[in-house]
Design a protein around this ligand. Structure first.
Ligand SMILES: C[S@@+](CC[C@H](N)C(=O)[O-])C[C@H]1O[C@@H](n2cnc3c(N)ncnc32)[C@H](O)[C@@H]1O
Length: 249
């Protein structure tokens, strides 16, 4: 994929906007994350959200963790975290972390969240091994990612490009096991409905990073294709996500 940093710099100002249309989705996803990282209503000491963005889910983690380290390579994202002592922002890339060039405020964690990020990392196995090393015994690493195919309404070229690039969650599970984690892969669905103009506006704003691979003319042609294929009504579809939970023995 082209320029990941540029894509998120452009989206940073309204990253919440794309998803906060649906408080139900945020609340569902937060429950999915907490049930896997801190099951049975447990509280944990230290959590870290890798590629946290503006902290949509770091806020959820803060309900159950005493401290949430929030790592992202973009200051524009970290600036949107609530200014509360529970959050410890760290501006760094995953690659710098893997290379040992980042001083985190804590060395070991009970819970690590990696949501919608792993597809951006070139050396996924090295990243997963480095993150597994940050876990305390019984600590949990949760990777949340899209499957190899999505049900999102998009134009054909975007769907094809997605399928070419998206890693297979089963391969990520293999890497987590190789890093010494007892790992489970599960899929869960959430039904989404967007008012028509809103969804087409999100596509025009390139709400998915894959859409940044298309220039303005290609994107306009793609939206044209979508309006012909879906001539009226709201956009309704199922968001299916892979949840990989790894526990350090
Ligand atoms: C799709 S957003 C996900 C944000 C958040 N995890 C969520 O699910 O709402 C990806 C985030 O990862 C960050 N990011 C992308 N590549 C990164 C890298 N190599 N190292 C650190 N952060 C990265 C981006 O700046 C962006 O905030």
């Amino acid at each position: 994929m082209g320029n990941v940093r540029g894509h998120y710099e452009r989206l940073a100002a309204d990253f919440d906007g794309a998803w906060s249309f649906s408080p139900q989705f945020l609340s569902w996803m937060t429950d999915q994350i907490l049930d896997r990282l801190a099951p049975h209503g447990r509280t944990v000491e230290l959590a870290i959200d890798i590629g946290c963005g503006p902290g949509l889910y770091a806020r959820g983690l803060a309900q159950r963790a005493h401290r949430v380290v929030c790592l992202d390579q973009l200051p524009e994202m970290l600036d949107q975290l609530p200014a509360e002592p529970v959050y410890a922002p760290v501006r760094a890339s995953v690659e710098e972390l893997v290379a040992g060039r980042v001083q985190l405020p804590h060395n070991q964690f009970d819970a690590i969240l990696v949501k919608d990020l792993i597809h951006h990392i070139a050396d996924k196995a090295a990243a997963i091994a480095a993150l597994a090393d940050l876990l305390r015994p019984n600590g949990r690493l949760l990777v949340v990612m899209l499957p190899t195919r999505v049900g999102y309404p998009l134009f054909d070229a975007a769907l094809r490009r997605f399928e070419e690039l998206q890693p297979d969650p089963a391969d990520i599970a293999t890497m987590m096991r190789a890093a010494g984690l007892t790992t489970e892969l599960a899929y869960d669905d959430f039904g989404l409905s967007f008012p028509r103009e809103r969804y087409l506006g999100m596509v025009a704003d390139r709400y998915l990073s894959i859409l940044s691979d298309f220039d303005d003319a290609e994107l306009a042609a793609g939206i044209d294709e979508m309006t012909r294929r879906y001539p009226s009504g709201a956009f309704e579809f199922v968001d299916r996500l892979a949840f990989l939970t790894g526990i350090r023995p």
